[in-house]
Each structure stands twice: as structure tokens, then as C-alpha cells.
Write a protein that binds this ligand. Structure first.
Ligand code: MV4
Length: 447
């Protein structure tokens, strides 16, 4: 069993991991940057090590400093959280070489899923539905024209090394194809150092629905239902919920089985998320697999009553999953709102600064994950999420009401927040009837 874990992250997710470790009787090592010396994770962990300067590249992305902190403190494992180095297969391989356990997927699975064209080929072989398109990489424009004519416009050109919306271009006809391909390749090269692209049919107004999976090191894989993440603004998730308003038990079973197949096909281990697009006719298509614990993991924790971070640690310790698929019971309706330090009335400009006062809501079915406290100075260097507010009700209507009550009680002074934006979203008739897709928040102005 692991008895000391280094948490290579900050903010609320670092706290979340520290709490899971404490419950398991595992010692914790926090790492922090000079900008985070007063942060809660650095103060609360059993030990804390400063790993460098304020900029992420000088600290939370500094592999050598993090491995040195393991060496100094005797930590036997690293939990990477999300963002930062969480999807660095290079770091996983370094950990393997110095006998440090990585609390996350194995490097082979990470790399297999990191290359999107390759991941798609793996899914086709495994019988997981994918969007119609090219068989892998498209080499030249004549190739592209043939494939696009075959599948029909509009099409998307996507970077194989991409993810999260970068390196994607749309072409509505053959005239637009060449410039779309050139632009996608350029952006891919700039952001990922690799200009390989593939082509897909453009799915009009889909929903983003993802399935949480858990996989142990003995080939057991289970799924824990879905999260509907269609409420996004410019590729930033704003509100997530489970169940999805469009879900049926039959569709959940089909998507769950597909997610399990996806994980098995790449030899995936630990917690992961399989992202799908779902079209108006409820056809679903594999998009990508996220090889980390995600920001919105509490939605699944509350719906399934399973501590995902504890499960991650138990799996990395080499224990077989003790939960079988038939044990999984999803109940009620869960909604998560991300509370950001930003100004929706000013183009969502980040609003770092000192939290002069904070009051967080509570009560039956209300959870808040945050590292904020009165007097805390939100640094300008990192993302601006300051809290996740999660509520569970017996059904969607009760969850929406509970979230509105909780947001109404929440008070943050000193910085601008998106609390009122979230309240406006929750009041919207289309949101309330579950009538939205991935373009909803970009079309409608709730600021
Ligand atoms: C798509 C799509 C429509 N059709 N693929 C954007 C980020 C990347 N993860 C996949 N993305 C999309 N791929 C096909 N064939 C629309 C998107 C998309 C999107 C997907 C999920 C959530 C928000 C989105 C916002 C814009 C576009």
C-alpha cells in the first residue's frame, strides 16, 4: 500500500486529493509555487515543498522540481489532478523508471488516446461508433477533396495531436477545403508541434455527453453513467449535470458499454472519461478519451455515491475493483456550477485579487469544493475557477431549485464572479426544459 502521496497540483483539486488521502491514512506532500505560499493546499498538507516561481512553467509544469520533491520527502506516488502535467506520458515514463507510482492511467494508454487519428482507428476496430471520415491522417488536398466529397459537406479538419478545440477548422464546400486544411495544419504545428490532420463529417448542434469509467490493473472496467457538459462557453465548461436531460436507460446502457469497450481497447487503467457527441437523433460518436480525473468528477461522485479519488488511489495501489457494474446505482439529479473569478459583463475578463469576504452555501444535498478563504489572494497566473458548487436533488427540477437557492446564498466580495451569470442560465426556459446543445451558451447571452 502507498503511504505517502505527492500532489502535483494546486487549488481545490489539491485539497480534494489531500482529503481522500487522509481518509485512507496516507500522508500528503503538497508542492507550491512562490505565488501559492499562502494557499490552502500548501498549509493543510502534512508536508509542503516550494517547487519554483509563479509561472506554471517554473513550478507546476517543472518535472524535475516535482521529482526532486518526491525524492526529498520520500513520497512513493504522484497524484497529478487535472491540467498541468496530468496528461504527460513523458512524466509517467519517468516515474516508472524511478519506481514512483502514477495515480492515473498507464503511459501506453495515454499515448494511444493522445493521438486522435490513431485513437479513432482503435475505436473502429473495437466496435465503438465514431463520426464518418478519413481513415486516419489525410496527406494532401486531393485526398481531402475525395474524402469530403464522399462523406458530404460540411466537414471538419481536425489536428490528430489536438484536443479541446485547438487545430479544428470547418469547410462548408470544396472551395473552403484547402484554406481550412492549411489553417488547421498551421495551428496544429504551432500548438502541438505536429501538423497531421484528419477529416470528419460535421455533426450539427450535438450535445457533449461523457461517460465516467473506472478500470483496475486486472482488466476489470465499469462505467458510472454520464455527465452532460453541453453548457460550455468557448470550450470552457460552465455547468455540468447528470443524468443528461436527453438520456434514456437504453441509451445509457449502450453508451456505457461503448465507453467500457473503448477503455478495454487501449488497455486503459485508473479513472478516465470517454467523450461522445450525441446528435438530434440520439446517435452517439466517440470523440476522445480524457486520461485524468476531471474538474466535474463530483457530479458522478454524488450521482453514484462513489469517491472517485479514493478509487484512483486504491487502483494505483494494485487493488482489484471491488465495485461490479451491477453494484452501480445512480440516483437523483446532480448539477455542478463552476464559480469563476471573472467579469461576464466585461467579456469574461479574469478578475484576480483578494477575496475580502466569502460565504459559502450549505444544507441538505449541497457540496462545495473550493480552496478559497477570506483574505485569500487569487493569483493571476493560473485558471480563474475559485469554487465548484454541486447540488443533488431527487429530480432535475429540485436540483435546479436547490442550485438557485444555493447560488443566491453564495457571497464573494473583492473579485468579480460569474454567480449572476449562472443564475441567469438556471432561469432560462430552454435550460429548464433541457433544450440545449454545445452552441447554446455561445448563442445566448446570460451576462
Ligand atoms: C466536432 C463537432 C462537430 N462535429 N466534431 C471541439 C473540441 C473537440 N473536443 C471536439 N469538438 C467538436 N468536434 C464533429 N465531427 C463539434 C465540436 C465542438 C464541441 C464539442 C464538444 C463541446 C463543445 C464544442 C464546441 C464547439 C465544437
Amino acid at each position: 500500500m502507498i503511504d505517502k502521496i505527492l500532489i502535483a497540483n494546486r487549488g481545490e483539486i489539491a485539497l480534494r486529493i489531500i482529503r481522500a488521502c487522509r481518509e485512507l491514512g496516507i500522508e500528503t506532500v503538497a508542492v507550491y509555487s512562490t505565488a501559492d505560499k499562502n494557499s490552502l493546499h500548501a498549509q493543510i498538507a502534512d508536508r509542503s515543498v516550494c517547487i519554483g516561481g509563479a509561472r506554471s512553467t517554473d513550478s507546476y509544469l517543472n518535472t524535475r522540481a516535482i521529482l526532486a520533491a518526491c525524492e526529498i520527502t520520500g513520497a512513493q506516488a504522484i497524484h497529478p489532478g487535472f491540467g498541468f502535467l496530468s496528461e504527460s506520458s513523458r512524466l509517467v515514463r519517468l516515474c516508472n523508471r524511478c519506481a514512483i507510482k502514477w495515480i492515473g492511467p498507464n503511459a501506453d494508454a495515454m499515448e494511444a488516446m493522445g493521438d486522435k487519428a490513431n485513437a479513432k482507428a482503435t475505436m473502429i476496430k473495437a466496435g465503438v461508433p465514431v463520426v464518418m471520415g478519413s481513415d486516419g491522417i489525410v496527406e494532401d488536398i486531393d485526398d481531402a477533396k475525395k474524402i469530403a466529397a464522399d462523406i458530404g459537406y460540411p466537414v471538419l479538419i481536425k489536428a490528430s495531436a489536438g484536443g479541446g478545440g485547438r487545430g479544428i477548422r470547418r469547410a462548408d464546400n470544396e472551395d473552403e477545403l484547402e484554406s481550412a486544411m492549411t489553417a488547421a495544419k498551421q495551428e496544429a504545428l504551432r500548438f502541438f508541434g505536429n501538423d497531421e490532420v484528419y477529416i470528419e463529417k460535421f455533426i450539427v448542434d450535438p450535445r457533449h455527453i461523457e461517460i465516467q469509467i473506472l478500470a483496475d490493473e486486472y482488466g476489470n472496467v465499469i462505467h458510472l453513467g454520464e455527465r452532460d457538459c453541453s453548457c460550455q462557453r468557448r470550450h470552457q465548461k460552465v455547468l455540468e449535470e447528470s443524468p443528461s436531460p436527453i438520456m434514456t436507460p437504453e441509451l445509457r446502457e449502450k453508451m456505457g458499454e461503448a465507453a467500457v469497450k473503448a477503455a478495454k481497447a487501449c488497455g486503459y487503467t485508473n479513472a478516465g472519461t470517454v467523450e461522445f457527441l450525441v446528435d438530434k437523433d440520439r446517435n452517439f460518436y466517440f470523440m476522445e478519451m480524457n486520461a485524468r480525473i476531471q474538474v466535474e468528477h463530483p457530479v458522478t461522485e454524488m450521482a453514484a455515491d462513489i469517491d472517485l479519488v479514493k478509487q484512483q488511489i486504491l487502483i494505483a495501489s494494485g487493488l482489484p475493483l471491488e465495485i461490479k457494474q451491477s453494484d452501480v446505482r445512480l440516483s437523483g439529479h446532480v448539477i455542478e456550477c463552476r464559480i469563476n473569478a471573472e467579469d461576464p459583463k466585461n467579456n469574461f475578463r479574469p478578475s484576480p485579487g483578494r477575496i475580502e469576504s466569502i460565504h459559502t452555501p450549505g444544507g441538505f444535498g449541497v457540496r462545495i469544493d473550493t480552496a478559497a478563504y477570506q483574505g485569500y489572494e487569487i493569483p493571476q497566473y493560473y485558471d480563474n475557477m475559485i469554487a465548484k458548487l454541486i447540488v443533488k436533488g431527487k429530480d432535475r427540477e429540485e436540483a435546479i431549485t436547490k442550485m438557485r437557492v444555493a447560488l443566491g446564498e453564495m457571497l464573494i466580495e473583492g473579485v468579480q464572479t460569474n454567480i449572476d451569470y449562472q443564475l441567469n442560465l438556471l432561469r432560462d426556459p430552454d435550460f429548464q426544459s433541457g433544450n440545449f446543445d454545445i452552441g447554446f451558451l455561445d448563442r445566448k447571452d446570460f451576462s
